[in-house]
Design a protein around this ligand. Sequence first.
Ligand SMILES: [Cu+2]
Length: 467
Amino acid sequence: MTTRRSFLAGAGLLAAAGTVNRAALAALPEPVIQTSAATAAPLTPPTGRPYDPVVTLNGWTAPWRMNAGVKEFHLVAEPVEREIAPGMVARLWGYNGQSPGPTIEVVEGDRVRIFVTNRLPEHTTIHWHGQRLPNGMDGVGGLNQPQIPPGKTFVYEFIARRPGTFMYHPHADEMVQMAMGMMGFWVTHPREPHPHIARVDRDFCFLLNAYDIEPGSYVPKINTMLDFNLWTWNSRAFPGIDSLNVRKGDRVRVRIGNLTMTNHPIHIHGHEFEVTGTDGGPTRPESRWPEVTTDVAVGQMRQIEFIADEEGDWAMHCHKSHHTMNAMGHDVPTMIGVDHRGLVEGIQKLVPDYMLMGERGMADMGEMEMPLPDNTLPMMTGQGPFGAVEMGGMFTVLKVRREQKRGDYRDPGWFRHPKGTVAYEWTGAALPEPARGDAAGASSMPRTAGGPPVEMAVRKPTGHQGH
Ligand SMILES: [Cu+2]
């Protein structure tokens, strides 16, 4: 783990906000700011009830202060710079230096007090998705509380009543603030052994999010409803998403929340898993079944668990193939099978930059060293041990290793396949002419051989008749 948290003094930050007076400042816990997008080591609780901490992919857990038995956190809503992947930085809004904000980890029964300072140019609130709490703490601006104006600090306080997997996000100018990256994860650990919550060896979490950032620019377009071009986990796109590094035989939990505008079927190779919890709480064991893909719908959370008993580098990704691509033009025509020999040179005389895409599929794009606008990720990229991985967006690798030590989350490098266990090129006799099947009668609507074409008259709803 290469991450280092930078503990900046809160005083400077809050003085910048202007309106917080000195007496209030003395009472506020210092906000901790994170400047790195690397995955932080799990935060072993220094105070309060013990628990097994989670690992936030390309993220971190907020430290807290115990104040007369209350766990106090300080979130600062503010503009941030987030590296989406090496080579691209986005100007987002987030909390405490990053988007998403820090993961909040507490224990069932904890009394939690969260100070929220607004350093955005507009008002905000925080809604604590999935929590049982007093209505006035639910964070819907205008409905449950007044909005938090720029420069002000509000306090939320409630008891974490249910153990489980939750998230937080604004409920004020929501479309804009979530399109800009404001969100965070929340885990409430069980206070004692729970019949439906297993102890696991590794516990990962991340949020699904998406941005529409024009190639060459830095700030997301905030009115986009569906046509996003960056599909991210915790505001990172492949190859910027860290791998999940586990020891062979580990029981692994992955908690996923979806704050995009569409569903994401999350798929893991080489293993089956079960959904052991949702934002509604742990699922009853008799309600679980094996899966290799689980759909995470908009506004949902899924907690999946499996035994990592197959060694190797296993792909883990959203199964919507457009979501494993970075920014691209969706209006590119399909060129597969079109023979352009001679044509490109002719066009290039008129348009020097003209480039042909996709005559033999688009795999070439994964290796092409194309000049890109500044601050733009290649559409599909990433180098594996055998060449270009041809992925982007919501993709990473589950690395299962016999020699990975308990509690060690470092990247073990690429898997070394035992001899004879990698797909290989056939170098024997040349391909014989394939025997073509001609079985008749297998179809419920068999093709008729020969005969004149059938003519049909179709009456369209408009009343016009066509042939
Ligand atoms: Cu997806």
